[in-house]
Design a protein around this ligand. Structure first.
Ligand SMILES: [Zn+2]
Ligand SMILES: [Zn+2]
Length: 239
């Protein structure tokens, strides 16, 4: 946008933080204010090489996984998360998902990109896709938040974001409403991927907003593996 138009607009409509609605004076292009960014508990340092869970200071990374994931069969080879899903991240992700704040994709994708680089996964991406929503849910929401993040990451890493790598074949009950033990069963067979699109890519980055048990990401990854992808990596905003 032209600088003068921008200045006039900023005087008429001072930019608001999309996290807290507070006025922002410092960075005209910013979506989140500094205090909102600082409140987020980012996952940094040593992480589990399977599920991305942060490891304590005296725990060595183990190829078999950590105490949380060692006994979980995942179809994806690695997962990373940008931040903890706590009282600071939860309302932000809810705004992004349910309250039509698609602009939040910009800062959230930046945090994701940092986590992906820190884990060294950025060299393993041939294509990027978001976990698909069932068409009925996407129609109600107006957009698929995970695909928006995938598109931002595609711009950042200069990788293709094909529209139809994987789709949801049936509407599943929201994972957040189910007991942990019921979640894997809820998403089994809920995704399908066509070999014609998938066999072009050896390594795919699958993007989602939140990961709890990993069942959704794993079911989605399994569909892509069945369609010819060799490795699926997972990146989520929060866990
Ligand atoms: Zn704020
Ligand atoms: Zn783990």
């Amino acid at each position: 946008m032209n600088r003068w138009i921008r200045t006039v607009l900023d005087v008429a409509f001072p930019p608001h933080c999309r996290g807290c609605n507070g006025w922002m004076s410092d960075e005209p292009e910013a979506i989140l204010c500094r205090p909102c960014v600082d409140r987020l508990d980012r996952i940094e340092g040593a992480i589990c090489v399977r599920c991305g869970h942060p490891l304590g200071p005296h725990v060595q990374p183990d190829a078999e996984g950590c105490a949380l994931c060692a006994h979980r069969p995942y179809a994806f080879c690695r997962a990373v998360a940008a931040m903890h899903y706590d009282d600071a991240a939860r309302p932000l992700i809810h705004r992004f998902k349910y309250y039509r704040e698609p602009h939040l994709k910009i800062p959230l994708a930046r945090f994701l990109a940092q986590a992906i680089r820190a884990a060294g996964i950025d060299g393993h991406i041939d294509a990027i896709t978001g976990v698909p929503l069932h068409w009925r849910r996407r129609a109600g929401r107006g957009y698929n938040q995970s695909q928006l993040l995938a598109q931002e990451l595609g711009r950042i890493f200069q990788r293709p974001v094909p529209a139809r790598l994987v789709r949801r074949t049936r509407a599943t009950r929201a994972q957040s409403l189910l007991a942990r033990s019921d979640r894997a069963h809820n998403v089994v067979g809920a995704f399908a991927a066509a070999a014609r699109q998938n066999k072009k890519y050896k390594q795919v980055l699958l993007v989602d907003d939140v990961m709890t048990t990993g069942s959704t990401a794993s079911a989605c990854a399994q569909a892509m593996l069945d369609a010819g992808v060799k490795d699926v990596y997972v990146a989520v905003v929060a866990r």
